[in-house]
Design a binder for this molecule. Structure first.
Ligand code: GLN
Length: 538
């Protein structure tokens, strides 16, 4: 089922191969009919991840869709595997069906009845093989989303069955991730859900080679033996995946249970000694950090916190690097709008981060939070929407432009200090039409941003329609605003900050997508460092 950490499991298995110096790539299959998750509500679906590359998905000649917005599991893959993954690796039902239907119209299947089997399943296998051919990894991980037994996931499981039949036995291994609940009343792990989902798989002609069991703690040998017996796998192929304080520890937990060697044997790979030292060091940094830092994220949250998973991770990577654990508080900014006094709670934090977002709910409270940071010298980082709202706050406070706003929030504002990018004014279609993917950011020397990156040109990832309007920013320069980065045409403001002692930075891009546990994002690192200093002075 969703939310049990198939993504972390997939990424961790990939890491086992990397420990052995094999190259790895990962595919994620999402059974929904959206072409990409860009139009999904992050509150329901979790974060939308943005890749460095933008893929021109061409279901038939002459029709193109730009894809860079993909499933949040790719963030997990990139963080664990330390590599950028191509957006074509996110296969959705939307893409698969669109391709098959448009190919039918183009006459590709003349004379044939077009059906789920074989046409949809063929398209699925083609997409998987396409990645294998183009990327040539030693191991290709394919995560099938959804739940065994769901109607939506059926064609994928059928495609996997065919795939395994078409390839030699040693070429594929099937890992099934199940949940093993513990009933409070009896206090023991129950294997029935696992038995049932394996039965369902077997009914579809799929026998798992390995069963990974999500549970609160490690499974006893007894329970492992039971799962082995009922699910037709050897006991050493039943693997515990317990709740962990630090998810990055999972590959090591798998390694300790012999999963790496076991998979290599299944896949007929020459046995190699795993090199885990470097990863162990990273994990111990997370687990043994001695300091603490508290950061407030005001916004319109009734959301699941997965909606900002890359931001959580980027903050924790930076904190771990600085020997600290980060405590993140999601504050409801709508409360600040209704009752200004409630903003006093912001005084409990060492830093304020304004998150990306869309629409107008909770926005006034976010602007008030930026103003609070200005007045109280609290370290502040604004990301994308957060940077735009920081600029709105600046225009109101420093330039006296009362009612200044983004036209996304208030289309009739007297001072549209944040407005649509010119090329966005013509666009009405919503899917894949924002300014997306990796772009060069040209950084001004002598700024806080330059202090963080120590480079003039970096590539960061974008996902936006609106931008900070240059004329207002230029006017702001006389009042202490610093434009610290532009895009390479000099047209789009990529970052702003304040000149005085306050550490307030806003970036139009999303540095969190490139942060890695062993290589934190430079600007997140600078921000958390500032928060720690502020904390020690308080
Ligand atoms: N809604 C804003 C825009 O489209 C910000 C988007 C974001 O935060 N990713 O520009």
């Amino acid at each position: 089922m969703s939310g049990i950490g198939k993504g972390v499991t997939t990424a961790s298995i990939g890491k086992l191969f990397q420990f052995r110096d094999y190259t790895v790539d990962a595919i994620k299959i999402d059974p929904y009919l959206n072409v990409d998750p860009g139009t999904l509500n992050p509150i329901e679906h979790g974060e939308v991840f943005v890749t460095e590359e933008v893929w021109e998905f061409e279901p038939v000649k002459g029709m193109k869709f730009r894809i860079s917005e993909i499933d949040q599991d790719f963030g997990t893959y990139e963080r664990f595997l330390g590599k950028n993954i191509h957006p074509r690796n996110n296969i959705t039902s939307g893409q698969v069906y669109l391709s098959v239907i448009l190919k039918e119209r183009a006459g590709e299947f003349l004379g044939k009845t077009v059906q789920i089997i074989p046409h949809i399943t063929d398209e699925i296998k083609r997409r998987i093989r396409q990645v294998a051919e183009e990327e040539q990894p030693d191991i290709l991980m394919v995560e099938v989303g959804g739940t065994v037994g769901d109607i939506e996931a059926m064609p994928y499981l059928e495609a996997i069955r065919q795939f395994r039949l078409e390839e030699p036995r040693w070429a594929t291994a099937l890992v099934h991730v199940t949940v093993v609940p513990r009933l409070k009343t009896v206090g023991e792990h129950k294997t029935k859900p696992t038995q049932h989902s394996v039965k369902l798989l077997q009914g579809m002609g799929l026998q798992p080679d390995v069963i990974v069991c999500r549970s609160d703690t490690f499974l006893s040998d007894n329970i492992k033996r039971k799962i082995s017996l009922f699910c037709n796998v050897p006991p050493e192929a039943v693997i515990s995946n317990p709740d962990l304080e630090c998810v990055y520890e999972l590959p090591l937990i798998f390694e300790r249970q012999g999963l790496g060697d076991y998979l290599c044997k299944l896949l007929n790979l020459e046995p190699r000694k795993p090199y885990t030292e470097k990863w162990k060091k990273v994990v111990s940094r997370f687990k043994n950090a001695r300091r603490k830092v508290r950061i407030a994220l005001p916004g319109k949250y009734t959301a699941i916190h997965d909606s900002y998973i890359s931001i959580n991770e980027a903050l924790s990577h930076a904190a771990a690097y600085l020997d600290a654990k980060v405590e993140i508080s999601w504050l409801d900014s709508e409360k600040f709008e209704k009752d200004k006094k409630s903003m006093e709670t912001l005084s409990e934090y060492d830093g304020i981060l304004l998150t990306p977002g869309f629409g107008s709910r909770g926005v006034e409270g976010m602007i008030l939070s930026a103003i609070y940071a200005m007045k109280n010298d609290v370290p502040f980082l604004g990301i994308c929407f957060g940077a735009q709202l920081f600029f709105v706050a600046f225009c109101r406070e420093y330039l006296g432009l009362e009612g200044a706003n983004s036209t996304e929030v208030d289309p009739n504002t007297k001072f549209p200090v944040v407005d649509l990018l010119p090329e966005q004014k013509r666009i009405t279609a919503k899917g894949g039409t924002m300014r997306l993917g990796g772009h060069e950011v040209i950084i001004e020397e002598g700024t806080r941003l330059y202090d963080a990156y120590k480079r003039r040109v970096v590539i960061e990832r974008f996902r936006h329609r609106y931008h900070i309007i240059r004329e207002f920013a230029k006017r702001g320069e006389e009042y202490g605003l610093v434009i610290s980065a532009y895009d390479k045409t000099g047209r789009i403001i990529n970052a702003i900050e304040l000149e005085d002692a306050k550490w307030m930075v806003g970036v139009q891009f999303h540095p969190e997508f490139k942060s890695r546990p062993d290589a934190p994002s430079p600007i997140y690192l600078a921000f958390v460092k500032e928060c720690l200093e502020y904390r020690s002075k308080r």
